[in-house]
Write a protein that binds this ligand. Structure first.
Ligand code: ATP
Length: 309
């Protein structure tokens, strides 16, 4: 804390990822700047220059005294901003506030809070400053690496899709569906051992989802009765679901009713270990690839203020 410059609670630090989404970034950025100037908002900004640059940028902003951050981009940009905040030691994370201007492809985090996928409307919401002190999840992989997440993480089929999405995002929102179909054709299920609250589950598993918020995969809902500040991880174990199960239940993936399927089980817990038998099983957090293999996940209760609608 001793290295902090003058604390600046009225000013905003804007972190923008020019590579997110498929829109014309220079046009979008012009619109954002015009709004900020028109409303006489006090702000500084930085563009990310490489993947995960958000982590350094947000930490430097906090060190300089900024307490209000705006993430301009998609779920990956927000994820890295959150990860950077959770890793820094300059200030308590609950003293920080994040607003989101969505420019991404999936933009799943904003859906839980009905934030419109629209520059001006999302900015109006930001400067109303209605906040929720949201929980954050943390994953630890076998090599002891920590990854913080603010939306939804998972292992198995969804991690496989995130890996595939890297080459498909150029197709826009439909890329999620294309990656999903590719995964259904080529992904091989594995036995997962899942341990929490003195329970041990061993099952053939398509994927296991760990949620803080509701939506992932471009608007799908795999978790049940989600409350992003209840201090609990929302766990969904999709067991032996087949290609046909998913195709016939496609609307239920979007409505959330898939959690009632007989091959799907849901739980709530504070801490969980998930150990796939196949160590090459992909792990994703907020749509970002984290690694492969086993994880433990825990909740960090009421960690960061997020501006919501
Ligand atoms: N300058 C950059 N060059 C390359 N990659 C970047 C740059 N800045 C940020 N990134 C990375 O781009 C990745 C994708 O960004 P983001 O998720 O925000 O957009 P998106 O994939 O279009 O949206 P969504 O995740 O909502 O579908 C993130 O991992 C982020 O770290």
């Amino acid at each position: 804390m001793s290295h902090i410059d003058k604390i600046n609670t009225n000013s905003w630090f804007v972190i923008a990822n020019s590579t997110s989404g498929n829109g014309d970034f220079s046009k979008q950025w012009k619109e954002i700047q015009q709004y900020l100037k028109h409303k006489k908002i006090d702000y500084s900004f930085a563009f990310t220059k490489f993947s995960k640059h958000e982590v350094d940028l947000v930490q430097n902003a906090i060190k300089k005294g900024f307490r209000n951050i705006i993430s301009v981009g998609g779920d990956g940009t927000l994820h890295n901003v959150v990860h950077g905040i959770m890793l820094q030691r300059y200030v308590k994370t609950s003293e920080l506030t994040i607003g989101v201007i969505p420019l991404g492809t999936g933009n799943d985090w904003i859906k839980t809070y009905n934030i419109p996928n629209h520059i001006e409307k999302s900015m109006e919401i930001i400067f109303r400053k209605n906040t929720i002190l949201q929980d954050i999840g943390v994953l630890k992989t076998a090599d002891n690496n920590l990854t913080y997440f603010n939306n939804v993480a998972g292992l198995g089929y969804d991690g496989y899709i995130v890996n595939k999405l890297k080459t498909l995002k150029k197709f826009g929102a439909i890329s999620y569906l294309l990656a999903g179909i590719y995964g259904l054709l080529f992904y091989k299920k594995s036995i997962f051992k899942i341990i929490f609250d003195n329970k041990v589950i061993e099952t053939n598993c398509l994927m296991t989802i760990i949620g803080i918020c509701k939506f992932s995969g471009g608007g799908m809902q795999f978790t049940e009765n989600v409350k992003p500040n209840d201090g609990l991880l929302d766990i969904t174990v999709a067991k032996n679901l087949t290609f046909l199960d998913l195709v016939f239940n496609l609307p239920k993936l979007y409505s959330g009713k898939i959690t009632h399927h007989k091959k799907v089980a849901t739980y709530k817990t504070k801490k969980i270990a998930i150990i796939p038998q196949n160590s090459k099983t992909f792990i994703q957090a907020d749509g970002e690839l984290v690694g492969t293999g086993a994880i433990t996940a825990e909740i960090v209760e009421k960690a960061i203020n997020f501006i919501i609608n």
